[in-house]
Design a binder for this molecule. Structure first.
Ligand code: BGC
Length: 531
């Protein structure tokens, strides 16, 4: 039996001892016991983190062994890190969960001595696009691209003739099987997307046919996951980079995997004799003893079989109501898209039990039915609407230092049309903390598993995404959990650290496009197709 750590002892103790928040009001006994029950459900002890990591390691390994594992461990065909000398003009587009970004990288290098310019435009994805059709999606993207080219006077400088096109890198932040670097079959939509006619299809073929229909003078050179882009862009300036991780709307990470032939480090990678020889040549030419390939783990799908994750009834509800129930189990407990929704579901449950917002909820049905008219008039209908609360709301109330938590009151008023009492504010702040802490602790498990499997003992994890960047306490909580898992004590001083990624979506994919063209010129066309 593993030894009991001091944190586990605290875990069996009161929720107050674990909270970092200053206290404003006492909770009435029924809210206090509701909080204790929630704490039991949401707190993930050190021992549990270690169990999760053990299972995580197995799933990562299975993903490298065969196609179709739960965590797909997608091959990216990005070989090695960038030299930092890549030069030229490249277009980059990034289809994320919330925005489409188009970016032009021009010049040489991107390190401290590099001279490059970046021009970027962000287009917000219309909410309806997420549930539209393939045709709508590609039309939206190619329209944005056409506008960008024309706004920057690029349309006339290039033609559609093969050698006169502007090279384009595509950051596609969804799981895709890549037989080549310039191709990708969407395995499944994630992050609440449900666009018909794309799953199981080659997204690059669909994109190319829309580019051709619009006569856009661009050449799609590579398709890259956001995690891979973040890692490559960051490794350039920070040679200690060991992985790229996104903690945003979704969650995922990529790392560099050594390609060893015997015993096979990636058993599912089937290369011909001449391809292994080309890899050896590539290693010699680029100074790598063993060539490495970026692997996009897609670990948001960890534990879809629900063997080890400590799911609560609220996680079950999030999953049930999502467009893809049974998928992305890990992501649905830890990523930004879902944290606010979990919070909302807990509140709704307590309102139904008449424990919260009692001034507003006299007529909310206890059996979970529709709100009564009176309650609607009082504003509770806002709370009834799925995804009304985002992660920004949670971090804002957790970090509120204004007198009497004025900011929190204003937020409740503005977003939910509610006027919570002092104890209700106290309760909601602690709940926000509980959900965010669980998310950060779970997030540490993925990186711990990668590092343990790869024998990585130190380095920087280049992190991007709204949760990593906008939630001030995330990085510290993540580090503390990593320290507990790896027995370092306080992980904030540990040898594996989270750093802020360089703008992965723009620089990363543009650099990868340049690396790909340079590799083709060296004649190492593995994972590139024939032409
Ligand atoms: C996607 C990944 C992506 C991650 C972060 C997940 O939902 O499946 O491909 O890297 O979100 O954006």
């Amino acid at each position: 039996m593993p030894p009991i750590s001091s944190l586990d002892l605290v875990a069996s103790d009161s929720w107050r001892q674990r909270s970092e928040l200053s206290s404003m009001a006492d909770l009435p006994p029924d809210l206090d016991s509701a909080m204790s029950a929630l704490d039991q459900q949401f707190w993930v002890s050190t021992a549990k983190l270690k169990d999760i990591v053990a299972r995580f390691r197995e799933e990562l390994k299975e993903g490298l062994e065969k196609e179709g594992g739960n965590i797909p461990m997608n091959l990216s065909w990005v070989l090695g890190l960038s030299s930092g000398r890549e030069k030229g003009r490249f277009l980059a587009i990034d289809l994320g969960g919330t925005n489409l970004r188009v970016c032009l990288k021009d010049g040489s290098g991107h390190g401290p001595n590099g001279k490059h310019t970046l021009t970027q435009t962000k287009y917000t994805l219309p909410a309806t696009l997420k549930t539209s059709s393939a045709d709508h999606l590609w039309t939206f993207i190619t329209d944005a691209l056409a506008t960008f080219l024309s706004d920057h006077n690029l349309s006339d400088k290039y033609t559609t003739a093969p050698s006169h096109r502007l090279p384009l890198g595509f950051t596609f932040s969804y799981p895709a099987t890549q037989h080549r670097i310039d191709h990708g079959i969407l395995q499944r939509w994630t992050k609440g997307f449900d666009i018909a006619g794309v799953e199981g299809e080659d997204v690059t073929a669909q994109f190319r046919s829309h580019l051709a229909a619009k006569n856009l003078p661009v050449d799609l050179v590579c398709l890259v996951n956001d995690t891979v882009g973040a890692m490559i862009a960051s490794a350039y300036n920070d040679p200690q980079t060991i992985a790229g991780a996104i903690f945003g709307t979704g969650c995922n990470a990529a790392y560099m995997q050594s390609l060893v032939r015997e015993p096979a480090s990636v058993p599912k990678l089937e290369l011909r004799e001449d391809e292994w020889e080309a890899l050896d040549r590539e290693g010699k030419q680029t100074g790598q003893e063993t060539v490495k390939m970026a692997i996009n783990c897609e670990y948001g799908a960890f534990d879809n079989a629900l063997r080890v994750l400590p799911r609560t009834e609220f996680d079950d509800a999030v999953d049930r109501e999502s467009p893809r129930p049974g998928e992305q189990a890990f992501e649905k407990m830890s990523a930004g898209l879902y944290l606010g929704e979990i919070f909302r579901l807990v509140l709704v449950g307590l309102v139904r039990r008449e424990l919260l917002f009692t001034q507003n909820s006299k007529s909310m049905s206890k059996d979970g039915g529709e709100l009564g008219k009176e309650a609607e008039e009082r504003g509770l209908e806002k709370l009834k609407k799925p995804y009304t609360i985002d992660t920004g709301f949670l971090s804002a109330i957790e970090d509120d230092e204004s007198p009497q938590f004025r900011q929190t009151r204003d937020l409740f008023n503005k977003i939910l049309h509610l006027s919570p009492s002092d104890p209700e504010i106290e309760f909601c702040r602690r709940l926000a903390e509980l959900i965010a802490v669980r998310g950060a602790r779970l997030c540490a498990c993925g990186i711990a598993a990668i590092c343990l499997n790869e024998g990585i003992q130190q380095g920087h994890v280049a992190a991007d995404g709204s949760v990593a960047n906008k939630h001030p306490k995330f990085k510290r909580r993540w580090a503390e959990a990593l320290g507990e898992i790896l027995d370092w004590g306080d992980g904030n001083d540990g040898p594996i650290r989270l750093t802020s990624a360089e703008d992965g979506s723009g620089v990363g994919v543009a650099v990868i496009a340049a690396m790909t063209l340079e590799r083709a010129q060296r004649g190492v066309r593995i994972g590139m197709g024939e032409s």
